[in-house]
Design a protein around this ligand. Structure first.
Ligand code: ACM
Length: 272
């Protein structure tokens, strides 16, 4: 299975222009699955819900999903990308997996970051797993990386590959995702964006360095902080299904949930 990421700097408030760039990247990349950044149809820094609502789209029948879904069917490729989703009165920071069979899986980011809390709704649970070429692809979005339970839950649900659209502003995630891959024995594809957004006195710079990581924690591909590029790697999903650590140790069988207490439930400080 050939996977890739598309790292670029989406234009703020220009879904049509960003769609053209996503479609061109998907056409030119020789991949089964292309992972693209968080909110890459719209840009990131919304001052208020009206601004966000003006560019949010319905899933799967909004213009971006329709156009990219048709392209996936035409060229037999799959894509995961971040998108501002409108569902009824709700606005969500979502990521969609579109597959050549017409499938659409929409995951809503569980852990909202900083100014996102001003404009996006906090979702309940949403689908987060799809199939690409027989491999199970689990989805998480950017700041979800700070909560190791997210990657663990995806791995326990059988994910071979974690698709991770991101708009990272801190420099730690890329190294942390090496650990997320290693501790769960899964591939991960972090597609981060580049560039800077400034609006209403706010300024956010994004850190690039998108990467593909193996279940043994090896970086199979990585971008520079500022370049626009597609990078790819060939993955064997079977490597992610072998959870053996030694002849006597298995990553999942050896778990001791009976000892993990609050890590498995809501503790007093979680918002429930
Ligand atoms: C982030 O979650 N966009 C930092």
């Amino acid at each position: 299975m050939n996977v890739g990421f598309y790292q670029f700097s989406p234009a703020y408030g220009d879904p049509e222009g960003n769609l053209r760039r996503l479609a061109a990247a998907l056409r030119s990349a020789a991949v089964d699955l292309l992972v693209c950044p968080e909110l890459c149809t719209t840009g990131y820094l919304f001052l208020d819900r009206d601004e966000l609502n003006a560019v949010a789209e319905r899933i799967p029948d909004g213009p971006t999903c329709k156009a990219l879904g048709a392209l996936c069917r035409e060229i037999g490729r799959s894509i995961v990308f971040g998108i501002a989703e409108r569902a009824g009165d709700g606005l969500f920071n979502s990521a969609v997996l579109l597959t050549p069979d017409g499938g659409a899986v929409c995951y809503r980011k569980a852990h909202l970051f900083d100014t996102e809390l001003n404009v996006f709704d906090r979702p309940g649970s949403s689908p987060r797993m799809g199939i690409v070429k027989g491999a199970k692809v689990g989805i998480m979005v950017c700041f979800d990386w700070r909560f190791p339970e997210v990657a663990r839950a995806l791995a326990l649900e059988g994910a071979d590959v974690i698709a991770h659209p991101a708009n990272l502003v801190h420099p730690y995630c890329q190294d942390a995702m090496v650990t997320r891959s290693l501790e769960n024995r899964v591939f991960s594809v972090t597609a981060n964006r580049t560039g800077v957004e400034e609006t209403g006195g706010l300024r956010t710079a994004f850190t690039g360095r998108s990467q593909i990581v193996s279940p043994m924690g090896a970086r199979l591909a990585q971008a520079d902080p500022d370049e626009e590029c597609v990078r790819t790697a060939i993955l064997n999903p079977a490597e992610a299904r072998d959870k053996g650590v030694t002849a006597r140790n298995d990553l999942f069988r050896d778990r001791r949930p009976d000892l993990y207490g609050p890590a498995l439930g809501g503790d007093r400080r979680s918002k429930g």
